[in-house]
Design a protein around this ligand. Structure first.
Ligand SMILES: Nc1ncnc2c1ncn2[C@@H]1O[C@H](COP(=O)(O)OP(=O)(O)OP(=O)(O)O)[C@@H](O)[C@H]1O
Ligand SMILES: [Mg+2]
Length: 311
């Protein structure tokens, strides 16, 4: 069974494989051998560096590759003292250091190899990439981003404490990624606060819808963020911020029915693609700022006397 947190990680990992490049994940510098080295020497090299494939290089020219499978065959068939040039695989398929990891994963699947020598745009051998390198790189990036999200929450709480009094902030709530159980908590509290302040029921309802959609979007689509609500003399102001990964095409995201929500949020009843359009409908002022790999900022204002002034 996949927990909410896992599902979120898979989605973020899917984003990361598009953003990250082969050069971010590869092992470098490459450990190489000469065509005049024996397979036995290469076996020792593999053991020493705990690697399973060695590109064979002369000068800057990549001539072939010797893998652990070649070594096992050589031991089995008694030619472990042969030179690399006699036994190496030639016509090696390489990948470029600027390829995205999603492309690299596709290449692994297409060719079934355990590793690729990596070449730069000048065809120089610059590293070696294994599936394990990709996994390590993704785990490292996920950890890094999770730490950034936590630091963001702490900094936001500390730096804006003074602001709260000046701006009449009534709610400041961190919202955690994948925390489906908490969906609706901010908006529920907001309803209560606005009721206590004697705010018009229609304004209350609209502000609560905006807050609800904002918090669920942070839970489902972001790495974590915060919702703040301020009550001014003439309006309720709702701001939602998060630490990314952002929205590539905001106009598309604003369309009714457009959603990137995965299987789990859909099973939980989210992902109709109606959140942002509803927020806009309920707001008197609505702004959204985002971009690929950026934070998403949503700003909404619901005017206080609007309902009362309508006949
Ligand atoms: N804070 C955010 N960070 C990243 N992407 C977001 C964020 N908010 C919205 N999006 C993107 O915009 C799309 C549309 O959002 P919207 O709230 O309209 O629909 P939804 O969340 O997918 O479904 P629903 O709100 O109906 O449950 C989302 O599927 C997602 O791709
Ligand atoms: Mg939504």
């Amino acid at each position: 069974m996949v927990s909410a947190g896992d599902a979120r990680k898979i989605t973020i990992a899917q984003v990361l494989v598009y953003e990250l490049r082969v050069r971010d994940a590869m092992s470098k510098p490459p450990i190489t051998a000469l065509p005049s080295d024996s397979l036995r020497e290469i076996q020792k090299l593999m053991k020493r560096h705990k690697i399973s494939g060695v590109p064979i290089q002369l000068g800057t020219k990549l001539l072939g590759i010797v893998t652990i499978e070649d070594i096992i065959t050589a031991l089995d068939q008694g030619h472990i003292d042969d030179l690399a040039e006699k036994r190496m695989a030639q016509g090696v398929i390489t990948i470029r250091d600027h390829f995205s990891l999603v492309r690299a994963v596709a290449e692994f699947e297409r060719h079934g190899f355990g590793r690729f020598p990596v070449v730069d745009s000048a065809d120089r051998l610059v590293g070696v990439l294994t599936r394990g390198d990709i996994t390590n790189c993704l785990m490292h990036q996920l950890e890094k981003r999770a730490e950034e999200a936590i630091a963001f929450e702490a900094a936001a709480l500390a730096s804006r404490a003074g602001d709260d009094l000046a701006r009449r902030i009534v709610i400041r709530a961190p919202v955690r990624t994948g925390d489906y159980d908490s969906a609706g908590k901010v908006s529920q509290r907001l309803r209560q606060v606005l009721r206590e302040r004697g705010i018009d029921p229609d304004v209350r309802r609209r502000a609560a819808i905006v807050a609800y959609e904002a918090e669920t979007n942070i839970i489902i689509h972001s790495l974590g963020g915060e919702v703040t609500v301020a009550v001014d003399s003439d309006k309720v102001v709702i701001d939602a911020t998060d630490v990314g990964p952002g929205i590539e095409d905001v106009n598309q995201a604003m369309q009714e029915g457009w959603s990137t929500a995965g299987r789990l949020p859909r099973e939980l009843g989210f992902g109709a693609g109606m959140g942002l359009p509803n927020m806009k409908k309920c707001s008197d002022v609505f702004e959204i700022k985002s971009g690929n790999g950026q934070t998403t900022l949503v700003h909404s204002e619901v005017f206080l006397r609007k309902a009362a002034s309508t006949p």
